[in-house]
Design a protein around this ligand. Sequence first.
Ligand code: PAF
Length: 286
Amino acid sequence: MDILTSVAPTQSLTASWRREGLRVGFVPTMGYLHAGHESLIRAAAAENDRVVVSIFVNPTQFGPNEDLEAYPRDWERDRGICRSLGVSLIFAPDAGEMYPGGFATKVGVRGLSEVLCGRSRPIHFDGVCLVCLKLFNVVGPDAAYFGLKDAQQYFVLARMVKDLNLNLTLRPCPIVREPDGLAMSSRNAYLSGPERKAALILSSALNKAREAAEGGEREASRLTGLVSEVVATEPLARLEYAQAVSTDDLSEVSEISGEVLVAAAVWVGKTRLIDNFILPPVGGAG
Ligand code: PAF
C-alpha cells in the first residue's frame, strides 16, 4: 500500500494505473475510519482494480464555531484498516498541500446546499464540493463512493458531477448502523455514556416515521411531526430539523410521491447527529 501526501506523485501513480487500463475506485474520508467507511472501501474494491482512500480533515467545510480542531484523528488505526482491506493508496495531504498560499477558487451548488443541514451550516457544502472536486482531479477515479448517512452531501455532489460533466460515477452506499440502530459516524466518539443512549432517539424517531409511511401515510408533515414528537421524549436531545424533500432537487414536499428523503438533525449535548431514510416512489421497485 502506497501512502502519498503530495498531489503530483498521486496524480502520476493513478495516471499510470489508468494507462494500464485499470479501474480506479475512490473513497474520500476525513479519517477516523469506522464500519461505514469500511463498507465503502469494500464496495470500491468489489468494482475496481485499485482503491484509493483519501484522509484529509478539510478545513473549508467547517464553520468558525465547528469542531475542526477537535475532529477525531487516529492515523495508525486508519492506516491498519486500509491495509487490511487491500487499499492500494492512501492520499493524506495536509492543508498547505490542498490550499497553498494564493488559493482563491470557490465552488458551490446553489439551492441544494442551502436547505436541510445547509441552513445551520451555510459554508459546509461549498467546502465539501471544493475539496471533492480537487480530490477527483488529483485521484482521477472512475467511481467515488459516498455513504448515504450524509445523503444531502451525496445529492449535492451528484449535482456538481452532472453540472460540471465530471468524468466519474458517484456510488451512493447504504447507511451502516451500530447493532442498536445508531448510524455510524466519526462524531459518535464525542458522545458520553448517557448521550450515547440518548442518541438512539434519532434512529427510533426516523423508524417510527418510516413505519407510518410504509403503512400508507402520505402527508409529509405527519411524518416529520412524528419525528419531532419522538425526539421530544428524550430530554438530552434537541431537534434541529426534520424534513421531507424530493431527492431530485431537495425541495420540500407536502405529499409523499416520487422518491423522498426524510432527514433529521438532532443535537445531543454538544454533538450534532444526522440520519435519514429514503422512500422509494409509491409502487416503485425501491
Ligand atoms: O463525508 C466526509 O467525510 C467528507 O465530507 C468528505 C466527503 C471526505 C469531504 O471532506
